[in-house]
Design a protein around this ligand. Structure first.
Ligand code: SF4
Ligand code: SF4
Length: 392
């Protein structure tokens, strides 16, 4: 009898839990509906034209598939246009799973899935490494404290969580941490592109030479033929930036069958550090927005972007501004196509993810946290897409 009662009690508890879960998922649906997102989340190419394109950067080297899936789910419900991730099959699957889970909750349009590769050594394509046995036992472990990805523990660096930001290198008093750099292979990238779950490609290049860019682009061959967008991410290299962009475009255009975009990488992997981190990407955008000699392609900010980026652009009359009347531009696209958010976007949602009952679990099974995470994501995305969050 006692056992029977316990069984009934357990059923009652699980029924209550199910009702609570359903109610909370309903709140997420209400949030997306009352924010009027379905009409705001237009096709990604239209967002680029209007200047309200938003890309989530999961990180070219970040490979924690559980977090990537949840981030993709949350930011899809917030209306991002593109999700940029590591060029790795498991990571691409995780992004697509997150998008599928989001569209099962609410039938919002799918963002493009982009993979990021490099043509040469690049800060975004490296991992930190050290052997914990080499560390003095009385070390105060500043590396662990400073790591924004919670990638460092007593066991050393959790490789899949390290995204190469480099903040741990200078703080180690014993110089124990090494950077392991890598270059994505063109043949492996082609295979990934030939699957049907990648829409866009981003090539990181250092802006100082074109030979490795040419080798990579030519090596990709026909695998780029079905893409919707090819992006080139480069830093500002002073007065030679525009001529370098033109050289890169002359290589690209031979085999370019889709839209193209220039990712203006201001201060790489720094958006979570603070307000000032976004200055370099805004200055980069200002330098290029009115330059007539630049090659075709949308402009998009990255590197240090955060909650202050839109205000910075607005002050310079660069936010969602059409070309001026005396411009020679042949179309009416906004001067700046949009903004990509990386470290800052991951930080504001990561805070919620780390509070989940089962850390690393699927966020929709903890819908109270899902609701909180979507509100955080909407706060950032809504700043670019000009929507207000309406909670019922
Ligand atoms: S601080 Fe940056 S480079 Fe170092 S382990 Fe963490 S994510 Fe990797
Ligand atoms: S700061 Fe350097 S020595 Fe100390 S735990 Fe980290 S890697 Fe080891």
């Amino acid at each position: 009898m006692a056992l029977k009662f316990f069984g009934c009690h357990a059923n009652l508890l699980s029924t209550r839990k199910l009702v609570k879960v359903n109610n909370s998922i309903e709140k997420v649906r209400d949030l997306v509906t009352t924010t009027n997102l379905p009409s705001i989340a237009t096709f990604p190419q239209n967002s680029l034209q209007k200047g309200n394109w938003v890309k989530l950067i999961c990180g070219a080297s970040f490979e924690d598939v559980a977090d990537i899936r949840n981030l993709s789910l949350v930011y899809t419900l917030a209306g991002v246009d593109c999700i940029d991730c590591a060029a790795d099959a498991a990571v691409v699957n995780a992004v697509n799973e997150g998008i599928d889970a989001a569209t099962a909750i609410f039938p919002i349009r799918r963002p493009w899935v982009m993979i990021s590769v490099n043509d040469d050594q690049d800060l975004h394509f490296r991992k930190a490494e050290f052997h914990p046995d080499d560390c003095p036992i009385d070390c105060s472990r500043p590396c662990e404290i400073i790591c924004p990805a919670n990638a460092i523990s007593n066991q050393g660096v959790t490789t899949e969580r390290c995204y190469g930001c480099g903040r741990c290198f200078p703080v180690c008093p014993y110089d124990k941490i090494k950077a392991i750099s890598y270059v994505r292979d063109a043949a492996a990238t082609s295979k990934l592109l030939e699957r049907d779950n990648v829409d866009a490609l981003e090539i990181h290049t250092n802006g100082r030479q074109t030979s490795s860019f040419k080798e990579l682009w030519n090596g990709l061959g026909d695998s780029v033929s079905h893409l919707s967008l090819v992006a080139v991410s480069l830093p500002c290299v002073g007065d030679s930036t525009v001529s370098m962009m033109n050289k890169l475009y002359s290589i690209l255009e031979n085999n370019l069958c889709c839209l193209n975009l220039w990712q203006l990488d201001g201060r790489p992997m720094s958006g979570d550090i603070g307000r000032g981190a976004t200055r370099e990407s805004i200055a980069f955008a200002q330098r290029l927005a009115f330059t007539k000699e630049k090659p075709p392609g949308f402009l998009q900010l990255a590197g240090g972007t955060n909650a202050h980026t839109v205000d910075g652009l607005r002050k310079l009359n660069l936010f969602q501004m059409p070309p001026f009347e005396n411009s020679t531009a042949s179309n009416s696209n906004a001067l700046i196509g949009g903004i990509a958010y990386g470290g800052y976007a991951r930080k504001i949602v990561g805070r919620v993810l780390s509070g989940m009952q089962s850390e690393g679990g699927e966020i929709e099974s903890d819908p109270d946290h899902l609701l909180m995470a979507v509100i955080q994501a909407m706060t950032l995305v809504g700043g670019v897409k000009s929507y207000n969050i309406t909670c019922s």
